[in-house]
Design a protein around this ligand. Structure first.
Ligand SMILES: O=C(O)CCC(=O)C(=O)O
Ligand SMILES: [Fe+2]
Length: 347
């Protein structure tokens, strides 16, 4: 999971007498796996638009692919951020950066992720599992190539610099494939998905191919503090009302939404307070993503994780509520020489 949502259990909305009381109790832990979490989660999205015919895209570019060593070299080399990049992220809660990966490194990622997903789900991608949102995680543990992408010093350094902290740890990797015909991702922010006591959390959402509009690019509401507009919207775990109401509030307040396409090698970084969504995948190609979440070294697990936090204990074995989030599955990815000195710095 790049597990997330933006639930609030308190509401100022008067319940309609004709409807059931809202199903707002998310206090119990998530008992099922991460795939089941995503199946539940995308069911909370409104899908008014009928997708119609799926669009056939041009073939993927025919490139000489880099070998493992060249992939590792690129993902360890620095990517220089400008002050304008950092300011943009601080103001808007997300940034899209072109050229974080070269086209060849991006396509190697796609071929490897497609292979892993096809094996895991015993299906073909690009049409064999229509309408589904496939998810696999902890892939870095036994795949050395994917480990280079997940623990990438290049990507982790971008995250640390955007958050303005000394060091970041991995929360978890998340391979996501929005299959042809799969509908929208509901409006949400990731804060509640991560049972961490810090707001210094960022997800690097790395598409493994270009994402044209018809494939449903991740789309961000800006600036970052638009989350305050929807704090009173009541989360309902059993229907699409949360997604619909957030969309209404944003529309009524003329909130700007960046839903621009992603070119090959472009990666977005979103803060855990950034509200985001995505349209459905109306193409015949799977929308394959590696979404890795990182947090400031030194952060702790909150005292009471909820079901929206998904199966977080899998990502931090042996770490209990209230404890420092630093299991062996949460390596410091930046700086490369290990643990950052001192605690996290706030933005
Ligand atoms: O890929 C998507 O549609 C949603 C991903 C997401 O919400 C995230 O990575 O935070
Ligand atoms: Fe998210």
């Amino acid at each position: 999971m790049t597990d997330h949502a933006g639930p609030r259990t308190a509401s100022t909305d008067a319940p309609s007498p004709a409807t059931q009381p809202p199903d707002t109790d998310v206090s119990q832990p998530w008992e099922d796996d991460n795939q089941a979490w995503w199946d539940w989660y995308v069911s909370l999205a409104e899908n008014e638009d009928t997708p119609g015919e799926l669009q056939q895209l041009d073939p993927l570019p025919d490139l000489d692919l880099p070998d493992d060593e060249a992939v590792a070299r690129e993902l360890r080399a620095p990517y220089e951020l400008t002050q304008a990049d950092r300011d943009y992220f601080a103001a808007n809660g997300y940034i899209k950066l072109k050229g974080v990966m070269s086209p060849g490194v991006t396509l190697r990622l796609r071929y490897e992720l497609v292979r892993i997903l096809a094996e895991t789900f015993e299906t073909q991608l690009d049409g064999g599992a229509e309408n589904r949102f496939l998810s696999a995680e902890m892939v870095w543990l036994d795949n050395p190539l994917i480990r280079e992408y997940v623990l990438s010093p290049r990507i982790a350094r971008i995250c640390a610099e955007l958050l303005n902290v000394d060091g970041v740890r991995l929360y978890h990797d998340n391979v996501l494939s929005k299959e042809p015909g799969c509908g929208r991702t509901p409006w949400h922010y990731d804060d509640h998905h991560f049972p961490l006591d810090t707001h210094d959390v960022v997800t690097a959402w790395a598409p493994a191919q270009a994402i044209p509009m018809a494939m449903g690019p991740l789309a961000f509401a800006k600036p970052i503090d638009v989350y305050k507009l929807v704090e009173a919207v009541q989360f309902d775990k059993s229907n699409t009302s949360y997604d619909r109401k957030v969309a209404e509030v944003f529309r009524d307040n003329n909130v700007a939404v960046d839903d621009s396409p992603f070119e090959l090698g472009e990666v977005s970084f979103h803060h855990n307070l950034s509200f985001h969504t995505a349209k459905g995948n109306h193409t015949t190609r799977s929308r394959v993503i590696l979404a890795n979440t990182y947090y400031a070294d030194g952060a702790r697990v909150v005292d009471s994780p909820t079901m929206v936090s998904g199966d977080w204990q899998k990502f931090m074995p042996g770490v209990g509520p209230g404890e420092v989030a630093a299991s062996e599955l949460n390596p410091v990815c930046w700086p490369v020489d290990g643990r950052a000195r001192g605690g996290p710095r706030r933005r």
